[in-house]
Design a protein around this ligand. Sequence first.
Ligand SMILES: Nc1ncnc2c1ncn2[C@@H]1O[C@H](COP(=O)(O)OP(=O)(O)O)[C@@H](O)[C@H]1O
Ligand SMILES: [Mg+2]
Length: 304
Amino acid sequence: MPDQAASLRLLAQEKILGKRETPKPETENYGPIVVAVTSGKGGVGKTSLVVNMGLTLAQRNQRTVIVDADLGLANVEVLLGLVPPYSVHDLLFGHKTIEDILVEGPFNLKIIAGGSGFQELANLEQSQRTKLIEALSFFQNKSDFILIDTGAGISRNVLGFVAAAQEVVVIVTPEPTSLTDAYSLIKVLAKFKIHERVFLVVNQAINEQEALLTVDKITFVTNKFLQNMKINYLGFIGTESIVSEAVKNQHPFVLMYPSSQATKSIAQITTNFIFLLGKDNSDLALNKRGGVRVFIQKLVKLFR
Ligand SMILES: Nc1ncnc2c1ncn2[C@@H]1O[C@H](COP(=O)(O)OP(=O)(O)O)[C@@H](O)[C@H]1O
Ligand SMILES: [Mg+2]
């Protein structure tokens, strides 16, 4: 697809991707870890993971913000049964502040709806870019994790978020098309030196054996062809009727079914993630590499 190739070249030309300089963290304020949750193929469970993992982090007293950067139908707000009155669009083009567009969920979880705001990133005036940077910097001292629900695939829009984020979680199902699309995405991240590691979650596996087989397939080709890329497996979620039920009822399963297997899986995935990020909470800060301010500056640069 020539369109995609052109946008990938553009992305690669950005100095920011050529050498991912690590900004020296300010001594007092590292800011949050910004995590893009993405997938090669759509409909694999990104939004469900973001919402339930976000709630789990929040429940563990991690100040967590979810940013909905996907224009898809079953979005973060729908899954949480919330109706945000405003979005990033109103921040950029209206007179709304970050506090106006912020919606609060359970356990002080914060949700920011992108609306059509992020679609406009490439067409913003300098003053609007500054406005966006200043607005999102609000979270620099007020959050530990920012989870971004991106769209699927390797479009410029998705890759922009993935490239600007400090960590990436890729979600995959055992389906062959999901696997090949996930690998294509990981390949782009490795080839253009966007990231050196990704975290992997397997969703909708029949059992652990199928999940591990899926992980094996991805790690095998990655180790063979993408030497500069590491896959960190976080865990799997089985195919469970309560997951789709929770989506339909607009009530996240970690709240609705706290003792379900799916909730236990999310808990394990979250524990593994925190562990792999920095071993323990005291070390987490060292991983934060500039927080939300650096993220949003990179994002704005990537779309200029
Ligand atoms: N573990 C699971 N078990 C059963 N159904 C699932 C599971 N994960 C996702 N689903 C179903 O897949 C649909 C798509 O999930 P969603 O999180 O919206 O995917 P994405 O954000 O990647 O498009 C959900 O509406 C849900 O019905
Ligand atoms: Mg989604």
